[in-house]
Design a protein around this ligand. Sequence first.
Ligand code: SF4
Length: 188
Amino acid sequence: MRFLHPTPGLSGIPQEDAEARSREILQRARIYGEDRTLTDQMMLTRLDSVVNWGRKNSLWPFIFGTACCAIEFMAVAASHFDISRFGAELIRWSPRQADMMIVGGTVSYKQAPILRRIYQQMADPKWVIAMGACAASGGFYDDYCTVQGVDKIIPVDLYIAGCPPRPEAILGAIRELQIRLERQPVRV
Ligand code: SF4
């Protein structure tokens, strides 16, 4: 291999020294496995894909728990079901630090403005899961004080059936949300 020094002495380094130095660098690169081609060292992707990859694997849940469903959620967060397998174990108690709200339990009309305000305090992008019959539709509390589904107050992305839903169903909803996030365009 010839090393290009068309004007010897221009760089201030004698050509023989420059060639020896280049050989030394190449030798060192081979030892450390750095002599791969440029295409070996690059990964091409779309901005949407890489941002969504980060988002879907680091969901930060906020639990708006008002009744028994919230107790069931504790099982999901515990070691047996282990929500951390889906990158969503960092449960936040401030809506400003969360991007996935899980509403578990009945919501009364008195609580409705609080729920809406907490939702508004979450930064975009954000997603909502209505967990269980009560959050999804009011459940069997078809009465004067219970909101008949939290989607009357805030937008809901996913509904989980059950009274209460099994932990596997909650994990299934998180997985479904992750699949949706893969296809979501990133707004700049
Ligand atoms: S859906 Fe069932 S378990 Fe969940 S809050 Fe309502 S009554 Fe309780």
